[in-house]
Design a protein around this ligand. Structure first.
Ligand SMILES: Nc1ncnc2c1ncn2[C@@H]1O[C@H](COP(=O)(O)OP(=O)(O)OP(=O)(O)O)[C@@H](O)[C@H]1O
Ligand SMILES: [Mg+2]
Length: 374
């Protein structure tokens, strides 16, 4: 059988770009198929950006896809890169470059704020710092992926970003034209200020700039309609939380607290904020609920009852109680959230939490509770 160019193209059609999750054929990345030498198959792939870090992966995928047709011919994959025009066209095709797209309206559109958006937006908030918002975000994200959901995380903690580290997302985002392709690890896409500033560099931006940056994260990032967008908020009820709640009007708010009564008082503030911006409070998550000692006994290191008290006050369910465990902390430090380990106690609790949110809390419950706090 003599193979033709169209056979090669068909064989390449199922090959997806590792970042964009679209067929490389549809993306216009297959540039030249050269079959002139009967001993060879030479394919030139146009990368979205020169020196794309995923070149080796693409090479592998292309070679594997063409192999069944090769009949002993040597497969060579060559790489070129798209021109600026081609990149702009690609960005347009993917729904990016919204500035041009919505020029008549002169507004930039946030996909998650559209009435037909299929994405559930979950905000993870608390009244004070260090209660485990980012840990809950990273683990819940991984646990939802484990349920077969597509999940993205927006790290809205612009000063104290920790999501890239906790998710082990070490690759920088790729920029195609004006579109930002979010890095992905453990099946979770994420974007964070951490990708745009140096490690030790403080973020000194003020309110309006941060508002713009967050808007850009929502508008210019190629989120690709995930089932869930989880937003890790900074502690407290400042400008960022207000911006986010304005950008994402259908968001459901989850308040993380510790068992301490004092922490519960501050967590209440997040619920007040929810009321202020008309976001619904979907539930309370208590973290650091107990520690199991070597003797097998549970110790309430941070007291008890905080989660229950807050959930009663807000009239929303207490969705989970998460123990204080060393593997949970280590997993966060190493970029391997404990929820990846389904045999661990915390892993099972996060799996249950993901199930509750996915099944019991869908479709969205109407906000009702925070009113009662005042
Ligand atoms: N259940 C837990 N068991 C053990 N360690 C935990 C647990 N929850 C959080 N930690 C650790 O406590 C620290 C603070 O947690 P995390 O960063 O998730 O809190 P946060 O609310 O996001 O903090 P911030 O307000 O600074 O953003 C981290 O080092 C984290 O690994
Ligand atoms: Mg945090």
């Amino acid at each position: 059988m003599t193979i033709e160019e169209k056979d090669i193209v068909e064989a390449l059609r199922p090959v997806e770009d590792p970042e964009l999750h679209r067929s490389i054929v549809d993306l216009g990345m297959v540039d030249v198929v050269d079959l002139s030498d009967p001993a060879k198959i030479e394919i030139t792939i146009k990368l979205t950006i020169p020196g794309c870090p995923l070149k080796a992966e693409i090479n592998d995928r292309v070679t594997q896809a063409v192999k069944p047709l090769a009949e002993g011919r040597e497969i060579t994959v060559l790489f070129g890169s798209m021109t600026d025009e081609e990149r702009a066209a690609l960005s347009e095709q993917l729904g990016g470059g919204q500035q041009q797209g919505s020029a008549q309206k002169n507004i930039r559109e946030i996909p998650f704020a559209q009435p037909d958006s299929k994405t559930r937006v979950l905000l993870v908030a608390s009244g004070k710092g260090g209660v485990g918002k980012s840990s809950v975000t990273a683990n819940l994200a991984v646990a939802l992926v484990d349920r077969g959901k597509s999940v993205a995380v927006l790290d809205a903690d612009v000063w104290g970003f920790s999501i890239p580290r906790m998710l082990g997302a070490s690759q920088d985002p790729t920029i195609i034209d004006e579109m930002i392709i979010p890095p992905e690890n453990h099946g979770v896409k994420c974007i964070s200020m951490g990708f745009f500033v140096e490690e030790d560099e403080p973020v000194i931006w003020r309110g309006p700039m941060l508002h713009k940056a967050l808007e850009q994260f929502l508008v210019d990032v190629f989120w690709d309609e995930p089932d869930f967008l989880i937003v890790d908020l900074p502690p407290g009820t400042g400008d960022i939380a207000l911006s986010i709640a304005q950008f994402l009007p259908t968001a459901e708010l989850f308040v993380v607290t510790t068992p301490q009564q004092v922490a519960q008082q501050v967590a209440q503030r997040a619920a007040f904020m929810a009321h202020k911006v008309r976001t619904s409070v979907a539930g309370v998550i208590e973290n650091m609920s107990w520690f199991t000692g070597d003797d097998g006994k549970r110790y309430d290191l941070f007291g008890e009852g905080g989660g229950t008290a807050l959930s009663e006050l807000l009239e929303v369910p207490l969705l989970a109680q998460i123990p204080l465990t060393v593997p949970l902390r280590e997993g966060a430090d190493e970029g391997n959230p404990i929820a990846l380990d389904s045999s661990s106690e915390a892993g099972q609790i996060f799996a249950k939490l993901a199930e509750t949110i996915d099944k019991e809390l869908a479709p969205r419950k109407k906000f009702s509770a925070a009113l009662k706090v005042s």
